[in-house]
Design a binder for this molecule. Sequence first.
Ligand code: GDP
Ligand code: ZN
Length: 463
Amino acid sequence: HTVSETNETISAVITALGEGAVGIIRISGTEAAAIGDKLFRSASGKRLTEHTPHLLVYGHVVDEENSKIDEVLAVYMQGPHSYTAEDVVEIQSHGGLQSLKTILGLTYKMGARPAEPGEFTKRAFLNGRIDLIQAEAVMDIIKSRSEASLKMAVRQQDGQLSKKIKGLRRNLLDIVVNLEAVIDYPEEDIEEITFNTVSEGMEKVKQELEYLLKHAHTGKILREGLQTVIVGRPNVGKSSLLNALLSEERAIVSEYAGTTRDVIEEQLLLGSVPLVLVDTAGIRQTEDYVEKIGVARSKERLDKAELAVVVLDGSQPLNEEDEEILNAVAGKPCVIIVNKGDRPQVNDLTALQKRFGKDRVLLLSAKTGGGLEQFTAWLQSYVYGSEHAISGGAYVQNTRHENLLREALLSVEEAIRAAASMLPYDCLVIDLHKAIDAMGLITGDTLQDEIINEIFSKFCVGK
Ligand code: GDP
Ligand code: ZN
């Protein structure tokens, strides 16, 4: 990709605009140091850039007439040892929004221009300080909805996934180098050795790609929440279960109106699983939302949901309506909650377990809270799998990454087939190059400008 050609100096407020006690303005680019020296007066009278870089300096921001605007802390970070890898000056102001605006206005007058959304991070990427996965992780941290998702975004910033994908890409490049050597200098004995190494190498990369893709779903759940719907006939205890879950959760992450005005998403974190309970009428407003949307609508919801929680009343025999709902979820990702476990049970649990799987039928009581922990535990292992502790492993969580990995996998499989059918090595090389390019598009090693711009335009200003 092209390295940043622009010499323009940019500035923006990088802290959340609002009532925060401290606001920070960042200036980045070739003029940053000069602008910093012009608008900042240290208490000692020394220029900002005469102080040790990276140390906070106390002083004032002054305007062109040299009158004091605000009391601030300023820091000069000489490139490449800064967020953008360019010269950076940051001004910490305590003076609220008005003061931030005035200081920002001064930076514009002194030659900076407003930073575009994501431009600081884009420069960090273009200057080679971070790779694309890390840059996208910055965006994910900003949008992060749950604790687990935040943890993962941070880990990606550490470059876990980049390292993994770069490693696999390098493996493929090595294989191509091997193959090209044979194409250029065909000798029978070399060819024999190469064929085995190449086959093994490709197989290994294929397995690792499959592994990453297998767990991509987990990454998406972490980021977006597991789309969940609670279904069941009236009075089985759906609202009670929902309330019990809401009081069980560690934090209500957020609650906001979706794209249409009356769609409300209830988000909750159960154990370490972020759930999104979607309802068209609003969970809080209408107590008995599920029955209001009716069985037909429930079925529609079921198709879109990633998990259906079916609630049955264990103290009553299953009726036709229950059966209809059970039939609707058969074969779909679901868990069957036999509720009112605190009362005498009249249903045959083993029959249900035979039908849906032993671990998918849970007896609990929304009233007493008994069995809720088992539900959380079930959910946890459903999402993460038993061997996958949340603390381990890098997950692919970005749809763009997932699609490219899938592309790469297809090409590697193609190459493996070509090798098995003894096709000429040139065919393998073409397939492998496709995979290498796809993986390069993930880390940004092979990336066109439009894609870069597209990705960074989704950032907010100041990032
Ligand atoms: P929904 O119509 O499916 O939402 O059911 P509700 O949550 O409104 O509950 C219907 C009735 O069942 C209410 O009187 C609840 O108090 C009662 N109920 C719900 N869960 C339990 C439970 O676990 N045990 C007992 N004994 N009663 C429950
Ligand atoms: Zn209800």
